[in-house]
Design a protein around this ligand. Structure first.
Ligand code: KG4
Ligand code: ZN
Length: 358
């Protein structure tokens, strides 16, 4: 039996978890900073790293206690070293290094995106779904949108990526435009339930002949619609034209914006492109299955559409394992440990680390 302690601090969650043999979760502790960042409408990097410093050791101690293990029961410590916010990553990496050195344990640096993919290995249903290569992973989070062909453990080929905003980032920005709370993804999904996805004809950037994505045009299209409503309202109320601050501060104005229809139309547009590109790439590369990973993979419409529009098995983690956590880092750490990978004490954070770097 191999037990790995995983540590994750790349963005705004301080997380630690213990996973056995890459699949069985013995503990999984996530201290979210969302409430702290909500007042800024996004993650404030300096605040995030300071909060990681305060929370990291209590979170690790809790993960060890919940797993009912001593340090001697561990085989290695796996930690996210990129991509992410440099100051946040530093807290996890330095803590992991100190603990590994002090306890005489191997240290394994993990790519955060690889971690998201490995959330699909964590055993949640019984019996677990068989995973066969090659597979196609759609990684959709606040920082990334990538289509990845995985031919074996640790073997990746990036087929496509976003040219501008990540899909989660687009959800967050549009959420802000619609006056919804941060993070925008879950808020838009909720609002969309009451809306009509056909209400607004929003653009889809197909970028034909590539597996790349672009969401900035869609975001701008939503912005233009919001501005039109603001103009309408400011004209009818006689307030200053284009005075966005005055408008967004007036609750009556926000209410006039067709938020639910805009949310539903925006969500449908993002998901249409994600699903179609994944479906075509899966066919071209004759993969055995499709995996969804990252925070946006928690979206129910994405899961449902992917399943309906592709004949292949579609795997996705439960919502709590789609968003940032350390169990996924421990799982990826297990497969790297098994393959003999070890990091040295010079392990440093790489904020723009690519999946294919090593
Ligand atoms: O993977 P994650 O926790 O952090 C990063 O590595 O970025 O992803 C967070 C992102 C946020 O942009 C959030 O709005 C989005 O995932 N998200 C969702 C949903 N839940 C979280 N997007 C769409 N629908 C959801 N249900
Ligand atoms: Zn993430």
């Amino acid at each position: 039996m191999t037990r790995i302690l995983g540590i994750e601090t790349s963005c705004d969650e301080t997380a630690a978890a213990v996973v056995e043999d890459g699949r069985r979760i013995l503990s999984n502790v996530v201290a979210s900073q969302i409430d702290l960042h909500r007042q800024y409408g996004g993650v404030f990097p300096e605040v995030a790293s300071r909060q990681h410093i305060l929370t990291i050791m209590p979170v690790i101690r809790q993960a060890m206690a919940e797993a009912e293990l001593d340090w001697d029961d561990l085989d290695a410590i796996a930690v996210t070293y990129g991509p992410g916010l440099p100051g946040s990553l530093l807290v996890g990496v330095n803590t992991a290094k100190g603990l590994a050195y002090g306890r005489g344990l191997p240290l394994i640096g993990i790519n955060h995106i690889e971690g998201h993919i490995y959330a699909n290995w964590l055993k949640v249903d019984d019996p677990p779904q068989e995973i066969a290569f090659p597979l196609l992973a759609l990684v959709v989070s606040g920082g990334h949108t990538e289509l990845v062909l995985m031919t074996d453990h640790g073997q990746y080929r990036r087929l496509g990526h976003t040219l501008d905003d990540a899909s989660g980032e687009a959800f967050d920005k549009v959420g802000r435009l619609l006056g919804l709370e941060f993070p925008g993804g879950p808020a838009i999904e909720k609002a969309a339930q009451e809306g009509n996805p056909l209400a607004f004809k929003l653009p889809r950037a197909w970028l034909k002949g590539t597996y790349n994505f672009s969401f900035s045009g869609l975001k701008t299209a939503v912005l233009r619609i919001v501005q039109k409503y603001e103009d309408k309202v400011s004209l009818s109320t006689g307030s200053a034209r284009n005075s966005r601050i005055a408008v967004s501060q007036a609750p009556s104005v926000i209410r006039q914006l067709p938020v639910t229809n805009l949310a539903a139309s925006f969500q449908a547009s993002v998901i249409d492109v994600l699903v179609e590109k994944t479906r075509v790439a899966a066919k071209e590369h004759q993969v055995k299955l499709i995996m969804l990973a990252g925070g946006v993979a928690a979206n129910r419409l994405l899961r449902q559409q992917m399943g309906e529009r592709s004949a292949l098995p579609v795997l996705y983690p439960p919502p709590a394992l789609c968003t940032d956590n350390a169990a996924m880092i421990a799982s990826a750490g297990y497969f790297r440990y098994r393959a003999g990978h070890r990091s040295d004490w010079g392990l440093d954070v790489i904020s723009s680390l690519k999946l294919t770097d090593r």
